[in-house]
Design a protein around this ligand. Structure first.
Ligand SMILES: [Zn+2]
Length: 265
């Protein structure tokens, strides 16, 4: 199955459909990034493999997470939630000032079909009865979904130290290509998940969703909060897995709902 999100091999293959794309752009970008920077990325708990630069010179790690130079020197309030035995949810600052309505807009440069996909993504969140709710607006949004053209399929960042959501999601619709509404909704819900603080659930082993060799996504961690009473078996379809296959749909599974409730209900 073709991997859509975040698999760098997939990104290279897809993005090289774009005429201006350089061969092995991701690999070349990694070589241009200093070891000191790669060490900082790792110390923040992210994979420092296949790091690339976006069109504005920000670092893209784990396929779709945007880190600025300033982020590399920050000390985010990171939490670890263990749900069941297979999945661990990590966060990177959280949205505060709850209850709160977060407005989201969609740039007109994106395909018009994305509007229904965004509505589906927002309704997935709103159906959880959380203390954050989402509302689509035409302008002046807290989170703007815009068209991206870099060497990635989508990108987003994490909440600010002040407890505000990350303000911009870039979606490279040309690289994503023609996908069903549920897949686009899953991608948008995933990126919004980053904006409110969720990291990848399979950070310890990206081969879980991305295939290939296991890649430890960052520095080892201690202090995870185990949420009792949650499923103990594998639950492999989290919306925050690092990679998604073409045509896949990942509405919130029970562990996702547990994690969302724990943080935002
Ligand atoms: Zn992601």
């Amino acid at each position: 199955m073709r991997k859509l999100l975040l698999s760098v091999a997939g990104i290279t293959a897809l993005v090289c459909l774009v005429p201006a794309c350089k061969k092995n752009a991701s690999t070349d970008a990694t070589q241009e990034i200093s070891q000191t920077t790669l060490d900082k990325i790792y110390q923040l708990g992210f994979s420092n493999k296949n790091v690339s630069l976006d069109e504005e010179g920000n670092y893209i790690v784990e396929g779709d997470i945007l880190l600025t130079a300033k982020d590399l020197t920050a000390t985010p309030d990171t939490r670890f939630l263990r749900v069941g035995t297979e999945e661990q949810y990590r966060t990177n600052n959280l949205v505060t000032g709850l209850p709160r309505t977060i407005t989201v807009s969609l740039a007109s440069q994106l395909p018009s079909s994305y509007a229904a996909a965004l509505d589906e993504a927002l309704s997935r969140y709103n159906a959880q009865g959380l203390r954050i709710t989402f509302q689509r607006v035409s302008s002046g949004a807290t989170i703007s979904i815009v068209r991206g053209n870099g060497n990635y399929l989508a990108s987003a960042g994490f909440p600010t130290n002040a407890g505000n959501p990350y303000g911009q999601v870039k979606v490279n619709s040309r690289a994503i290509g023609n996908q069903p509404q549920s897949t686009v909704a899953t991608i948008l819900a995933h990126e919004i998940g980053h904006c409110i603080g969720f990291r990848h659930t399979d950070y310890l082993d990206r081969s879980y969703s991305c295939g290939g060799q296991p890649v430890n996504e960052g520095a080892s961690t201690v202090g995870a909060v185990y949420i009792p009473g949650t499923a103990t078996g594998p639950d492999p379809n989290s919306w925050m897995l690092a990679c998604i296959g073409s045509g896949q749909n990942r509405p919130f599974n029970n562990n996702d709902k547990t994690a969302l409730d724990f943080l935002y209900k």
